[in-house]
Design a binder for this molecule. Structure first.
Ligand SMILES: [Zn+2]
Length: 170
């Protein structure tokens, strides 16, 4: 499934929902998912959520909770477009919140930091538009299913973490 998806992405095509859901289904059947799992950034559309639901039912699994981190669009843009990544060791920085000691240089390995194409402001704004059109309807979808827990993602990192853990009963 993954190879199939990669071939499509390499060809510049969108990966159809059944392939994406197939990849998730395969992954959820591994041993480390026996006691539970967390999906991050998936599903992204109502069609994917429907397909996920029927696949989980097939596998005798279900979703217990959906956490929605609520963050203002401008804060999302600031957080993502300020990211800098080390292409060699993978360490991430943020120009404002976690800057490297010397500008544009990785403190771990000395390589020049880059901004990933995905993190450029124009790309982030496009992704927010796609989110509003395709993914935001899932808030109502999971709220109607009684599974939604909204958390104010504008709070301090430690507060957000504490509220997530509390919601999960940890
Ligand atoms: Zn590095």
């Amino acid at each position: 499934m993954g190879l199939k998806a990669k071939a499509m992405m390499d060809a510049g095509a969108l990966v159809p929902d059944e392939v994406v859901v197939g990849i998730v289904r395969e992954r959820l059947q591994k041993d480390d998912c026996v006691n539970g799992f967390i999906l991050d950034g998936f599903p992204r559309t109502v069609a994917q959520a429907d397909a996920l639901q029927s696949n989980l039912a097939d596998l005798g699994k279900s979703i217990n909770m959906v956490i929605s981190l609520e963050v203002d669009n401008e804060a999302v843009v600031e957080r993502i477009s300020g990211r800098r990544t080390c292409p060699d060791c993978g360490r991430m920085y943020h120009v404002q919140f976690d800057p490297p000691e010397s500008a544009d240089t990785c403190g771990e390995c000395g390589s020049a930091l880059i901004q990933r194409d995905d993190d450029r402001e124009a790309t982030v704004r496009k992704r927010l538009d796609v989110y509003a059109q395709q993914t935001a309807p899932l808030v109502e979808y999971y709220n109607n299913a009684g599974l939604l827990k909204s958390i104010d993602g504008m709070q301090a990192i430690q507060t957000v973490q504490a509220e997530i853990l509390q919601a999960l009963g940890c």
